[in-house]
Write a protein that binds this ligand. Structure first.
Ligand SMILES: NC(=O)c1ccc[n+]([C@@H]2O[C@H](COP(=O)([O-])OP(=O)(O)OC[C@H]3O[C@@H](n4cnc5c(N)ncnc54)[C@H](OP(=O)(O)O)[C@@H]3O)[C@@H](O)[C@H]2O)c1
Length: 328
């Protein structure tokens, strides 16, 4: 099968190489001896793959390896007793191995793909939308009618968070860095959009009548303290990622003085090995697809052999919505 591997740790422009590899056995490390084998139509590209080309991500497989954590495609084979059948359209999280014509995912991270969504949209469904739901609901304890400030709102996690929050009855304020990204955040349903290079903290406080209930933060960096300042009493800042480059530190007296919380949200670390949680989140995201709230926004599409361009786009802060590789 055709695949793309990370062959060294020199960064997105030079670390990838095409390879002709044997098809993987239908077994996944998270479910040894068992796995759903998928004919990949589209593979999602995300920030962790950029980090992996520099050896900076927490998952560091030995070189060379096929990166890519999520796919959409059709089932080639499913474990005995599975409700999935050959030919079913699915979206799946495989953790590694997505940048290839065939990928294997554990059954508990493989979900039927609604006919409402095409394969490119399906390739942006599991990682971002499950993270968004988990961050908002499980970690942030979102209630109907609350206001959520979303950083990196035109990105993959950001657009997913805007759509899921709306579906859960929240009002959203998107933070973005450019006019083009503002348009994407509005397409994703943001109620309000503020600019990261402007007085976003004061604007957010004004737009929310004194402070937001929750901040979803995939960016981190030097905006963290202002995120805390934008919360109302009882507000929660949910830490999702650090695309801004630096990991912020918090002076905890701020939390005491304003009665606020900082909450970590690591979707993968929590849900791996918890099939029931995955099934619940999958069902909720599926409901939001059926109700029309969830429609993954696909930004750039590349053929497999141009995977390094996809990574460079993300690395250069140029990506909007979900970046995908199309294989079939
Ligand atoms: N915790 C979890 O379970 C979980 C799950 C999935 C992903 N993540 C993490 O969430 C983060 C976001 O992922 P994503 O797929 O949404 O990424 P993405 O599509 O590339 O979007 C990230 C956004 O970050 C903003 N940003 C600010 N400074 C940046 C910089 N120096 N370089 C690049 N982007 C910068 C950009 O928005 P502006 O230009 O508008 O500022 C960009 O749109 C990543 O760190 C990823 O690892 C965490």
């Amino acid at each position: 099968m055709r695949a793309v591997q990370i062959v060294d740790l020199t960064g997105p422009a030079s670390a990838l190489a095409e390879a002709d590899l044997p098809e993987p056995e239908p077994s996944h490390p998270l479910s040894p001896g068992s796995g759903v084998s998928v004919d990949v139509h589209a593979a999602g590209v995300s920030f962790p793959e950029v980090l992996q080309t520099r050896g900076e991500y927490q998952i560091k497989p030995p070189l060379p390896f096929v990166p890519g954590s999520e796919v959409a495609g059709t089932v080639r084979s499913a474990p005995e007793g599975s409700s999935l059948r050959e030919g079913d359209r699915v979206a799946a999280c495989c953790l590694l191995g997505a940048f290839a014509e065939v990928a294997v995912a554990p059954e508990f991270l493989t979900f039927p793909l609604s006919d409402e969504l095409d394969f490119a949209q399906g390739a942006g469904l599991v990682l971002n939308y499950h993270t968004a739901y988990f961050s908002l609901k499980h970690r942030g304890r979102l209630s109907d009618g609350e206001t959520v400030l979303v950083h990196g709102a035109a990105g993959g996690v950001g657009t997913a968070t805007l759509q899921v929050a709306r579906g859960l009855g929240a009002r959203t304020i998107a933070v973005v860095s450019s006019g083009e990204k503002e348009a994407v955040a509005r397409e994703a349903g943001a109620d309000e959009v503020v600019r990261s290079d402007g007085a976003w903290k004061d604007e957010a406080k004004e737009l929310s009548g004194g402070g937001v209930d929750m901040v979803i933060d995939p960016v981190g960096g030097d905006r963290f303290t202002d995120s805390l300042r934008s919360l109302r009493e009882g507000g929660r800042l949910v830490v999702v990622g650090f695309t801004g480059g630096s990991i912020p530190e918090v002076r905890v007296n701020r939390l005491l003085l304003n009665n606020t919380e900082v909450v970590g949200s690591g979707w993968g670390a929590f849900v791996l090995g918890k099939p029931n949680v995955n099934a619940e989140i999958g069902a909720e995201v599926g409901r939001l697809v059926d109700e029309g709230f969830v429609r993954p926004i696909v930004g750039a599409r590349f053929p497999l052999e141009r995977a390094s361009e996809a990574l460079e786009l993300i690395d250069g802060r140029g990506a909007t919505g979900k970046v995908v590789l199309e294989l079939r």
